[in-house]
Design a protein around this ligand. Structure first.
Ligand SMILES: [Fe+2]
Ligand SMILES: [Fe+2]
Length: 344
């Protein structure tokens, strides 16, 4: 076996960092972009829960994933759940395509139907129930890959208490969104100074966050979306901290393009996964072109130019799920606007 010197080994490590970005550009170019609904539907018939965009299946998206699933009539997702359901330290959104039902999120009931969206607050217990006579078809997207990479992905599921990390620590740990409850600090014993204040703020942060999460908006009804003209075309912000959500990683927009028109072109440092909610069209991603239909999924690689065209006779509606907020919080935000949309 070849034995490398310390110098050789550490030079290799340095070059790994230096080469990474260039290699990553190659991986982005090779990323699978279009996922066709008929292929997904075939798999759903067998399993009811199909991961579509997922790094574990070869996607180069490092920050979020998307899956499709079906909840049969008059049943609940995860049939053995009784009270708590499950919770996770990843952000999640769910978009309902067909069927009617309700969700219980931290003890509150939310009723939904086609076109509605749930933004599940971080680490809140939740369950989803189909109340109707037809199957519920939905997609969900989470920041699972990002949380896993950070070593902070906790999934606690009522059915598998043997894998709980915090919930077994008592009633309190089951109710609070904070692992193990909030921190407490008695600053009374310490003479007042700025450093002690800063430290006390650090200890109080989690509890403050929990209060904000509890106040976060959760449900978006389709009818409440506000579409307005932008450089990218007609857009509605669906999930964003600026409109009442306590989201740190996952953002959602809905785009609408009339028949024969095109969106603006842009590129950005965040991952983007699109669900085609209605209509048909074409997307240009750098030097490639893809035709898509309703219920297809697009995975747009980081920092590649993309632009959408409505090639059908119906309005084209695209649900864009992105990790812009996560990138904002890392100071890695950059969006370049190219050609503007050709309609208002
Ligand atoms: Fe969940
Ligand atoms: Fe985009």
């Amino acid at each position: 076996m070849e034995v490398k010197s310390i110098k050789e080994r550490h030079t290799e490590l340095t070059m790994h960092s230096v080469k990474f970005a260039k290699d990553e550009q190659g991986r982005r170019k090779g990323q699978e972009i279009l996922f066709k609904w008929p292929d997904i539907e075939k798999q759903l018939g067998e399993h009811k829960h199909i991961y579509v965009v997922d790094a574990r299946l070869g996607s180069n998206n490092h920050t979020h994933r998307l899956w499709y699933d079906v909840i049969p009539p008059h049943t609940e997702e995860g049939q053995e759940w009784r009270t708590l359901g499950h919770r996770h330290t990843v952000e999640a959104i769910i978009y309902f395509l067909k069927g009617h039902g309700h969700s219980i999120i931290d003890g509150e009931r939310y009723d939904w139907g086609p076109g509605d969206l749930l933004s599940v607050p971080m680490f809140s217990w939740h369950r989803h129930i189909n109340d109707g006579d037809e199957p519920v078809l939905r997609i969900a997207s989470t920041t699972g890959p990002l949380s896993l990479a950070l070593g902070q992905a906790v999934y606690e599921d009522e059915r598998y208490p043997e894998f709980w990390i915090y919930a077994q620590e008592g009633e309190d740990a089951r109710k609070t969104l904070i692992p193990g409850g909030g921190g407490k600090l008695d600053n009374g014993k310490i003479p007042g100074n700025r450093t002690a204040e800063l430290y006390a703020e650090q200890v109080a942060f989690a509890m403050h966050e929990e209060q904000l999460r509890r106040k976060s908006k959760v449900l978006v009804k389709q009818k409440d979306l506000v579409f307005e003209p932008t450089a990218m075309g007609k857009l509605a912000y669906v999930v964003d901290p600026r409109i009442g959500f306590h989201s740190k990683a996952l953002g959602v927009v809905m785009a609408e393009i009339p028949p024969g028109k095109r969106s603006g072109a842009h590129r950005h440092l965040y991952d983007e996964i699109n669900l085609i909610v209605g209509g048909k069209g074409k997307v240009i991603v750098e030097d490639k072109e893809f035709n898509f239909d309703t219920l297809d999924v697009l995975s747009i690689p980081v920092f590649q130019w993309h632009q959408y065209f409505n090639t059908g006779s119906e309005p084209l509606r695209i649900l864009g799920i992105n990790t812009r907020l996560a990138m904002d919080n890392l100071g890695l935000s950059l969006t370049h606007q190219g050609e503007h949309a050709d309609y208002v």
